[in-house]
Design a protein around this ligand. Structure first.
Ligand code: BGC
Length: 747
């Protein structure tokens, strides 16, 4: 496609028109130039292609498609290849259905367990979310179909999502809320990106020059186009200038006209419009020129959905090795979700599943001895005595009772947030009563986000299935009966209670403003710093086998910042079943310095090991693995000092630790009279100058008295330079200080 030539032939109206959709799901065509109207459709964990009546709330029908495990589940695999495989299947489905761009993945950080869309989002950790998103994108785009990485940015709640102002400092944004987008953009080059509805620090994402032109394009090198979330345009002309190319779905021509007028009146340079059109056409032509229509093989993708679901579920508790169940066990499956599983969430990601596989049907098809009782009404939160009694009776008759519980559809969805973390009373009561009737009770959870577990001590096993996609039941049975070995790890912390969560006092904000006051201390970064007990930590998950770590080694004991560091560790399966271990690498600063989390995830690998087998796992760490965002220099910075490389089974269970010393230049900060003596002494040149020129000061300020040296030094460190003349009785003059400042600032 000769894109530039095409733009030259287009009228101003045609160009403006191309910057908004034709309808809900199509971009506009320019027929006289042979440009067809390509289609976009929702994801992220399946294809929601609507042929007829379009809507973005999951209300109207879409074509039958395969619902894969949702983002919350997928992230628990800690497996880039696995999520990439899902992406490839999704891309192939899009090719078969002639969809040019699938709207996802969604990588917003789970700030609060209450966010209604947490089931779609990946993690509370930006490294994990970014890596998994990159895997997903590479998979989809390998099929020559684009993605739309969303929702950029700081869309961490559904309450007032279309208007709320997310107020966060730059370090928090860079380290937590932008970081997953940055990784995905740099590593996987998404064709498109979707901006969020909300404001960030007072400016709508769709108008946000800093966000779109500066950070996304200039700094990260994004080359695709930006589209709005559905209806997220604020000021169309400002948006176009700020780097927003496509408005979706369509303003019925109103906003196109505003673009035309702005160009005519000289308020908008036509070159800006041309550049936007070029970016849109680049993506369209990429799709059209690489068409590879195949068949949408729903059966094959269903099997993949089952395989993936089994790799995502997290075994949270397995007291006395209650699991795996034996084929000959008499087992009660209790709870409506055993027959009608909850496997996806509500809203724009809602898939019209081609088929749903329940645990009950799967157990029966394997020939296991399973009996069923519904236990609770599907349409009410309150206990039904009749259903409860039947369930308790059945539980008493079987060796093991497996209760399928969790959150019903109405509890979590796009468009609103939860108000508490509890499961319906009927579910909690059922588990309590069943566990009284049968000491061998196991709970299988279907939920998109953490729940409280008041019954945890009374049950022997808990399998977190999340919202595991349409084949969830088959996967649950494979894991319960040990046909497969659980290997998922929590991609988020399960707090004991909602009020433990760091965003608790500031979620979802007041009126139209939500302040991210917990800063970078999100998820385990907070719980670990506070040394607070949690229900289940980030990165946690059990297996039917056991693994041992040894031989953690770094290739160099000390490096200069910027030099790569290789880390090796051996992991061995010392149990009797094949299994996968997720090797988690954390970096923990071990020096005095800026306020930081105790440790942060900076590497992970999922390794398959046969019984007795040992493998060496290697990680390459780079500058960013050690850096924090330093607002004084508007850049990432690695503090010189010691860092610990830690291999953990969760953020709370560190198996091995190795130090590495990193050298770096001091922060290139500008000193002035408000700088403290301590800051000056931490600087190599400053330290020399203090030693050389200010010795006199010590004596002048000394005098023994009640202050010992240690106390005096501690007080002195925090003294601003401007106070020294007075407190040193002019032994240190302002002229001396100004001369020193010139030297230390290199002026
Ligand atoms: C959602 C997006 C979705 C779009 C189109 C919006 O309401 O926030 O995630 O892609 O609708 O359905």
């Amino acid at each position: 496609m000769d894109i530039r030539g095409m733009i030259r032939q287009m009228t101003l109206e045609e160009k403006a028109g191309l910057c908004s959709g034709q309808d809900f799901w199509r971009l506009k065509a320019v027929e006289r130039l042979g440009l067809p109207n390509v289609m976009v459709s929702d994801g992220p964990h399946g294809l929601r292609k609507q042929d007829q009546k379009g809507d973005h709330l999951g209300l109207n029908e879409s074509i039958p498609a395969v619902c894969f495990p949702t983002g919350a589940a997928l992230a628990c695999s800690f497996d880039r290849d696995l999520i990439s495989q899902v992406g490839r299947a999704l891309g192939a489905e899009c090719q078969a259905e002639d969809v040019a761009v699938v709207l996802g993945p969604a990588v917003n950080i789970k700030r609060s367990p209450l966010c209604g869309r947490n089931f779609e989002y990946l993690s509370e950790d930006p490294y994990l979310a970014g890596q998994m998103a990159a895997g997903h994108i590479q998979g989809v785009q390998s099929q020559n179909v684009g993605v739309s990485l969303k929702h950029f940015a700081a869309n961490n709640q559904e309450t007032r999502r279309m208007s709320v102002d997310a107020v966060a400092d730059e370090r928090t944004l860079r380290e937590i809320y932008l970081s997953a987008f940055e990784t995905a953009v740099k590593q996987a080059k998404p064709w498109t990106l979707m901006c969020s509805y909300n404001k960030i620090n007072g400016v709508y994402s769709s108008d946000n020059e800093w966000l779109l032109n500066k950070v996304l394009r200039e700094e990260w090198g994004f080359e695709g186009f930006v589209m709005t979330d559905w209806g997220a345009v604020h000021d169309r002309v400002t948006g176009l200038k700020a780097g927003l190319e496509l408005e979706m779905p369509s303003s019925g021509g109103v906003n196109d006209q505003k673009i035309v007028e702005a160009v005519r009146e000289g308020r908008l340079d036509e070159a800006v419009l041309d550049r936007a059109v070029e970016r849109i056409l680049n993506v369209i032509s990429r799709y059209l020129e690489n068409r590879n229509p195949g068949v949408f093989d729903r059966e094959k993708d269903h099997a993949l959905a089952r395989e993936v679901a089994a790799r995502c579920m997290v075994l949270l508790k397995n007291e006395g090795d209650i699991l795996p169940l034996k084929g000959e066990d008499s087992v009660a499956f209790i709870g409506g979700f055993a027959k009608t599983p909850r496997y996806q969430g509500g809203g724009s990601s809602h898939i019209n599943a081609s088929r749903v596989e329940s645990a009950l049907e799967a157990a029966q098809s394997h020939g296991f001895r399973v009996r069923y009782a519904q236990g609770y009404a599907m349409d009410s939160d309150e206990t039904s005595q009749a259903l409860l009694n039947q369930a308790v009776e059945l539980a008493g008759e079987c060796r093991v009772a497996v209760v399928f519980a969790g959150l019903p559809d109405a509890y979590e969805s796009e468009g609103y947030d939860r108000t508490h973390m509890d499961m319906p009373p009927a579910h909690n009561e059922l588990i309590r009563r069943v566990s009284e009737a049968n000491p061998n009770t196991v709970v299988v959870l279907h939920n998109g986000s953490p729940v409280t577990m008041p019954w945890l001590d009374n049950v022997k096993g808990v399998l977190e299935a999340y919202l595991g996609g349409q084949a969830v039941g088959g996967a649950v049975v494979e894991l319960l009966y040990g046909l497969k070995n659980p290997c998922g790890r929590l991609a988020e912390t399960f707090p004991i209670q909602l009020s433990d969560n760091p965003s608790y006092l500031n979620f979802p904000g007041n009126a139209n403003r939500v302040e991210y006051r917990e800063g970078v201390f999100v998820g385990y970064r907070y719980y670990d710093k506070k040394q607070m007990a949690v229900r289940f930590p980030f990165g946690y998950g059990l297996s039917y086998t056991r693994f041992e770590y040894s031989g953690l080694a770094v290739d160099k004991p000390s490096i200069r910042s910027g030099e790569p560091l290789s880390v090796r560790v051996r992991v061995k399966n010392v149990g009797s079943r094949p299994g996968r271990e997720v090797v988690e690498l954390y970096v923990a600063p071990d020096h005095k310095g800026i306020m930081r989390p105790v440790r942060e995830l900076k590497g992970f690998e999922s390794v398959l090991l046969q019984p007795g087998e040992e493998k060496e796992v290697c990680f390459e760490l780079d500058e960013r693995s050690f850096a924090y965002y330093e607002t004084r220099i508007s850049d990432w910075y690695v503090e010189p000092g010691r860092y610990l490389i830690q291999i953990g089974r969760s953020s709370r269970d560190i198996a091995l630790s190795q130090p590495v010393d990193i050298g770096n230049d001091p922060l290139p900060v500008h000193f002035d009279l408000s700088s403290t003596l301590g800051e000056l002494m931490d600087h190599p040149v400053g330290a020399l100058l203090v030693e050389e020129r200010l010795r006199a000061m010590g004596a002048a300020m000394g005098g023994g008295g009640a202050l010992n040296d240690q106390m005096r030094n501690a007080m002195m460190r925090d003294m601003p330079l401007s106070s020294l003349p007075l407190f040193s009785r002019q032994a240190v003059s302002e002229e001396m200080l100004l001369a020193m400042l010139k030297e230390v600032n290199g002026e």
